[in-house]
Each structure stands twice: as C-alpha cells, then as structure tokens.
Write a protein that binds this ligand. Structure first.
Ligand code: COS
Length: 380
C-alpha cells in the first residue's frame, strides 16, 4: 500500500494552499468579526474549478476525484472554514445530489451553473424540530398534479441568502413516513419563498446561515429529484458524501491550528528558551501531530472508498466523528500553546477553535455518526 499522493493530487494541494494564503487569509479576521460572506473569494474559487470539483466536465465541473476534493478542503479550511463550508455544501451536497440523482433537464438547467460557480446552492433538510430526527419533516410539499405546493420553515441553512438554487426536503404523504418525503429544487425568487433572519453564530461567522420560509410556493413537478418518495433516501445518500467533506474541513481546521502552534512554539521564548524545548509543549505537539495524521488517514480512506464505488456510509461517519473531535481538541491545545496571545484574534487560533465546534454538529452530530457507525458494525 502506497500512501504517497500522486503528482496531480500534490498540484491540487498546492493550488488550494496558494489560494488560501493569497485570497482567503487577507481579512479573514475582519470577515469573521463582521459576519461578512467571502463573496469575491467564492467567485474566484468557482473560476478555478473548486465549486464543482467532482462534476463531469460536460456539466462544467472539474472532473476530479473525491480525494482531490478532500485535499483541497483541508487546505482551504486551514485558513478559512467559513469559505470552505460554502465549497463543501456546493460540491458534495448540491452538485453531487443533482449529478447523481437529477434528470438531464435538471442538470442542464441547474448543475451547469452550480458546478461553474456561477451560482451557489443550498441543501435544506433541518427544521426547527427536525435536525437529527430527519424523518420528522414538518415542511409539506402537497401534490397538485403538475406541481407541488410547498409550506414550512427550514433552519440553519448554509448559503441561506447567497444561494440561488435550494434543494428542499419536504413531506408529501405523512402516512407513508419517510417514504412519503420528496426533494424539490427551489429557485430564489419563486413567489412565497422568503429568506429569514441571519444567524449570529459562534463560529464560521463569514458563512451565511439563515432560516427559510415557504408560503404556498408553487414548485413544478419537473423540479422533483428522483421518483416520488425518494426524498429521504436522497438526503441520506447525499449527506453520507457531505460528511466526508465536513470531515476534511475538520481536518483542515485541526491542521491549520497545529501549524500555527508549531511555528509559534519555535519563536516564543520562556524560561530562557523557545517554548518548543519544554516537554510540556513538545508533547502537546506530538499528540496533535499524531491525531491529525490519524484523522487524515480516515478522511482519505472515506474519499477513496467513494472513488472506488465502495460503501462509504461507515468510513465517512468514522472520518467525520474522529476528525471533528481532533479539530476540537487540537484547536483548544493550539490556543493553550499560544497562551495569552491565543486568546486574542490576531493569532487566528481562537477563531479556529470556535470554527471547530460546528464540525461536531452539522451534517449529522457526533451522536448521529455513532448511530450510523454502531448500526453498521452491528448489522451482520
Ligand atoms: N443511504 C441510503 N439509505 C439510507 C441511509 C443511507 N446512508 N441511511 C438511512 N437510509 C434509509 C434506510 O434504509 C431506511 O429506508 P428503508 O425503510 O427503505 O430501509 C430509511 O432511510 C430510514 O432510515 P432509518 O430507519 O435508519 O431512519 P431513522 O429515523 O432511524 O434515522 C438516521 C436514521 C438517524 C441515521 C438519520 O435520520 C440521520 O442521518 N439523521 C441526521 C440527519 C442530519 O445529518 N441532519 C443534519 C442536517 S444537514 S446540516
């Protein structure tokens, strides 16, 4: 087994690293403080092919593999997790969902614009009372022949205001339970579709998280993804891949904090020497490095499983569970190594620590990942 990256993967890594340094690092602190969406940066990410990385070039994608995608996600997330979540949602939830399950007409109409980064997409599953318990959808999509009438509220939607295309999960036939759920493509500007207030968040403050309100929105039946009743499976299958993206984001947050702590420990002096010469600090760095390497292997394994058409529900859930835990632990230690400086914004690690927390929550909490993992290992 050869763990080294190919030339092509190394080039993607370098391109994402350069982009993060040159385009994301400037003003990342200000964007976080002001809750400012990285609109110009996301536009450039689209131009460089990062918004539809795994999409077939015939739909304006970059035609890359999932390994390339997680490598890029790690590099972008080292610097700006608010920008990387936009990349993640657009790539692994919206583009993947449409390319895999959409009709040719839907791909031509929506995917081509999403994959090029011309427009951004959003994935709308969570509701005020349906986050982890995703089958309990209160949003309804009532079948009216050639269209659905959509009513309800979605919560905590990434790209909530910036998106133009929304994949909305809603209940059509409550009696059928999860088999009565549909996924619909909703466009910004459809009558009755309102963007709710923006959330004031602990972390990833540059990303644009909103509730969405649907009041009798008429959605053509041609905008349904898959057969009638496929919506819940669509959400589960899409989220299984999304979790690999978030695992890569968590890995990047951890690695970014570790790199800053390593550098700082070689510069900062205490008791007459660089603090890296104190075992208390050196051992922390050793633990961080080991955990990050383990997380990276889980993330790469899940990506390669997906690329090889193996089932990745288990490997993706393990990668997300572990990488998000490592992100939390590593960022806390990075702040500790920075001491007083770690507590102020200029040194970046406090932001990474705040950003890390969401990776244990969105696209399935750590507890949900444990449900997926335990069911998988117990089923045989
Ligand atoms: N791929 C394909 N199908 C899947 C699936 C997957 N990964 N996971 C579940 N399903 C299917 C099941 O096979 C079942 O279909 P059948 O009845 O035809 O067999 C159906 O979906 C319902 O599954 P299940 O009975 O396991 O549903 P539960 O209510 O027990 O919930 C969990 C399963 C908890 C795993 C699911 O609700 C979940 O992932 N919740 C978290 C959702 C989430 O990530 N929210 C964050 C919002 S996005 S930021």
């Amino acid at each position: 087994m050869d763990f080294s990256l190919s030339e092509e993967h190394l080039m993607i890594q370098q391109a994402a690293r350069d982009f993060a340094q040159q385009e994301l690092l400037p003003e990342v602190i200000e964007r976080d403080e002001e809750q400012r969406f990285p609109i110009e940066q996301v536009k450039k990410l689209g131009e460089l092919g990062f918004m539809g990385m795994m999409v077939d070039p015939k739909y304006n994608g970059s035609g890359m593999d999932t390994l390339s995608y997680v490598i890029a996600m790690e590099e972008l997330s080292k610097i700006d997790a608010s920008a990387s979540v936009v990349v993640s949602v657009n790539n692994s939830l919206v583009c993947y969902g449409l390319e895999t399950y959409g009709t040719e007409e839907q791909k031509q109409k929506y995917l081509t614009r999403l994959a090029s980064g011309e427009v951004i997409g959003a994935f709308c599953l969570s509701e005020p009372e349906a986050g982890s318990d995703a089958t309990s959808q209160k949003t309804t999509a009532i079948d009216k022949g050639d269209h659905y009438i959509l009513n309800g509220t979605k919560n905590w939607i990434t790209n909530g205001n910036t998106a133009e295309v929304y994949l909305v999960i809603a209940q059509t036939d409550r009696e059928k339970g999860h088999k009565g759920i549909n996924a619909l493509i909703v466009e910004k500007g459809m009558e009755g579709f309102e963007i709710g207030p923006k959330e004031n968040k602990l972390g990833i403050r540059g990303s644009d998280t909103h509730s969405l309100i649907f009041n009798d929105v008429k959605v053509p039946k041609t905008n349904r993804i898959g057969a009638d009743g496929f919506g819940f499976k669509f959400a589960m299958k899409t989220l299984a891949g999304g979790r690999i993206g978030i695992a890569a984001q968590a890995l990047g947050i951890a690695a970014g904090a570790y790199e800053l702590a390593l550098k700082y420990s070689k510069e900062r002096k205490a008791f007459g020497t660089e603090i890296s010469n104190h075992q208390a600090i050196a051992f922390k760095l050793a633990d961080m490095h080991t955990q990050i390497e383990a997380a990276r292997h889980l993330v790469y394994k899940a990506a390669v499983d997906k690329d090889n058409d193996h089932n990745y529900d288990l490997s993706g859930a393990m990668a997300k569970l572990y990488a998000s835990q490592v992100a939390m632990e590593t960022t806390v230690e990075a702040v500790q190594i920075h001491g007083g400086n770690g507590f102020v914004k200029d040194y970046h690690v406090e932001r990474l620590m705040r950003d890390a927390k969401i990776t244990q929550i969105y696209e399935g909490t750590s507890e949900i990942q444990k449900i997926v993992i335990s069911r998988s290992i117990l089923k045989d």
